[in-house]
Design a protein. Sequence first.
Length: 213
Amino acid sequence: MGCFVSTTRKQFPPHEDPVQLASQTYFSVSEVEALYELYKNISKSVVDDGLINKEKFQIALFKNGKKENLFTNRIFDLFDVKQKGVIDFNDFVKSLNVFHPNAPMEDKIDFSFKLYDLDGNGYIEREEVKQMLIALLSESDMGLADETVESILDKTLLEADTDGDGKIDKDEWQKFVSRNPSLLKIMTLPYLRDITTTFPSFVFHSNVDEGAT
C-alpha cells in the first residue's frame, strides 16, 4: 500500500513536500497531506491564489473576513513568519506544529508569550493583557463589567509579576503558566493526532473532511 501512495502523491515544491515537512515537525506525512487539503480550502476562500492572507484567515476562524479581532491578528502575524502579509503552506504547517499535542511545552509557552507581547519588547504589560482579554471575550461573545476586567488584571499581575516592576518577563510568564496550566489549553489541539479525516474546529472552521479521502 505504501508503494501505491507514493506513486500517486501530488507533486509539491521542495519546501512544501509533505515528507520533508513531516521530518521537520511532529506531523506524520498523512497529517501534512490532510493539512494541505485544509490549506487549499482556506486559500481559495476569497481569491484562489494558493496563499492565505489576513482576510482568508479571519474567514477560516469566524466565517467573516470583516470581523477584526486582535487575537486573530496576533495569530496571523505569528504565522506570517516572513512578514509578507500572506502565509504559504510551509509557514502554515510549521506554525501549526506548536499546537501539536507532542510539541514541547517550552515551545507552547514561548508562542503564548509572543501572543500576549503585542509590541514585541520582551515583556507582557498590563495593557497588553487587557487588550488580549477583551479580544478573547469578544471572540466568545462574552462581556464583563469594566471592574471585573480590572480585577482579573490585578490578580494576574499580582501573581505573575513576581518582581513587582509592572510587567511580566518570559521567565515570570513561564512560572505563571506552570502554576496555571489551563492558560495553555489553547496551545494544544488533541485531534491533530488523527487529522487524516478531520480537523478540529477549535482553530479553523473548514470542510477539509469533505476534500480529504
